[in-house]
Write a protein that binds this ligand. Structure first.
Ligand SMILES: CC(C)(COP(=O)(O)OP(=O)(O)OC[C@H]1O[C@@H](n2cnc3c(N)ncnc32)[C@H](O)[C@@H]1OP(=O)(O)O)[C@@H](O)C(=O)NCCC(=O)NCCS
Length: 152
């Protein structure tokens, strides 16, 4: 049964969320982040990253990771548990991080997506990201990435 997505709470990712994040990572990506790499990202200092989880009833249903330096920011992951996709959770995470970055005076956000990932590309366009260029063979299996940017 799917709980009400209005009950979503977005908070900073903690080590205790690691297992649930890894489960979602495995179900969504063929080349997924390892547990160690997720933990590495969780443990990065606050001045280098933003890592938020979306939770319903204390269960992680999605997350977003953004690396930051100076006034630029780079979304390196966004993922929603399969059974909760298409319910607006990805949008809530995106909205949350954009507001957070704006408050801190960041000037732009960049990201990459597989050219085949129409759901992700559509989400990014909805939030005003524009295609900058194609990065050829960006992924380990040789797929190209669309490189996108949003001015804040
Ligand atoms: C991409 C992803 C994070 C979107 O999260 P979500 O919670 O399903 O997204 P939302 O329900 O908020 O939908 C937001 C927008 O995304 C787009 N979208 C979502 N699912 C889509 C689909 N299956 N096909 C096309 N567009 C889709 C639509 O533009 C949608 O806006 P709309 O509802 O106004 O039409 C989710 O599909 C996911 O986790 N995918 C697997 C992991 C992944 O590919 N991450 C991105 C790596 S670059």
């Amino acid at each position: 049964m799917i709980s009400n997505v209005d009950n979503i709470v977005i908070t900073e990712a903690k080590e205790e969320n690691l297992q649930q994040i890894y489960q979602i990572e495995k179900e969504n990506f063929n080349y997924c982040w390892s547990k160690d790499f997720i933990l590495f990202n969780i443990k990065l200092p606050k001045n280098l990253k933003k890592f938020f989880v979306a939770k319903i009833d204390e269960n992680v249903v999605g997350y977003i990771v953004c690396l930051i330096s100076e006034k630029t920011s780079h979304i390196t992951n966004i993922s929603v548990k399969k059974e909760f996709q298409n319910l607006g959770i990805g949008s809530k995470l995106m909205d949350f991080i954009i507001k957070n970055l704006k408050i801190e005076n960041f000037k732009s956000i960049i990201l990459e997506a597989r050219v085949s990932n129409l759901a992700a590309i559509s989400l990014y366009k909805k939030f005003g990201f524009k295609e900058v260029r194609i990065k050829k063979k960006f992924y380990p299996d040789g797929e190209d990435a669309i490189f996108m940017q949003k001015e804040l």
